[in-house]
Design a protein around this ligand. Structure first.
Ligand code: GRF
Length: 202
């Protein structure tokens, strides 16, 4: 029997710890898919290094080198070439161009380190999110996995998990606690999508 494996493409800009968690889950047999490619806007990202070390195609594509339209077309070229079933944003710091969203509507997901719709939107990334949560004296934060649309952090929420942060004394401590949960949650949600147990369509 020749069953085609579910293929994901991962977009990442930074250290790539969520990518690593996805790879670990695949290697441990907890996530049944293959990573078709890893794409980054940042040539120095840890995510590209991780991909190379695992012989996963590692693609650096930055809009800085292109005119806007050419960049978008190049991105679509990559996607047409590798044909992922799902695009997984794992710390991708750029807005996905609307041309790409249109072509891959309801096929792109993101993980956000807070309980959306609070603490999302432009500028709400990395430690900024956790600082805002900390400064608002929140008792809980969390993890949100959502569909990506044209606006930052606004697509359909697929999964949310709350995290008690009353023991955290700084934004950094919140970040650490939330990241640990991200690493468990993201592969689990992807597996549910693979199994058709979560639908991305509104
Ligand atoms: C994570 O906190 C994720 O929620 C956010 O960006 C961070 C990426 O971290 N979107 P890493 O590169 O996966 O370590």
């Amino acid at each position: 029997m020749n069953l085609k494996r579910f293929r994901i493409g991962v977009f990442a800009s930074g250290r790539g710890s969520n990518l690593q968690a996805i790879i670990d889950a695949i290697e441990q047999g907890e996530l049944n898919c293959e990573i078709a490619f890893v794409l980054s806007n940042n040539s120095n990202s840890g995510a590209l290094e991780i991909a190379r070390s695992k012989n996963i195609p590692a693609i650096h594509l930055s809009e800085k080198k292109y005119h806007k339209e050419n960049f978008e077309l190049s991105l679509i070229d990559v996607l047409e070439n590798y044909k992922p079933d799902l695009i997984v944003l794992a710390g991708y710091m750029k807005l996905v161009p609307s041309m790409v969203i249109e072509r891959f509507r309801n096929k792109i997901i993101n993980i956000h380190p807070a309980l959306l719709p609070k603490y999302g939107g432009k500028g709400m990334f990395g430690i900024n999110v956790h600082r805002a949560v900390f400064e608002s004296n929140e008792k809980e934060s969390g993890v949100t996995v959502h569909v990506v649309n044209e606006k930052y952090d606004e697509g359909k929420i697929l999964y949310q998990e709350k995290i008690d942060i009353t023991d955290c004394n700084s934004p950094e401590e919140i970040a650490q606690k939330v990241l640990k949960v991200e690493h468990r949650v993201y592969p689990q949600v992807i597996q549910k999508i693979v199994d058709g147990k979560i639908s991305l369509v509104d």
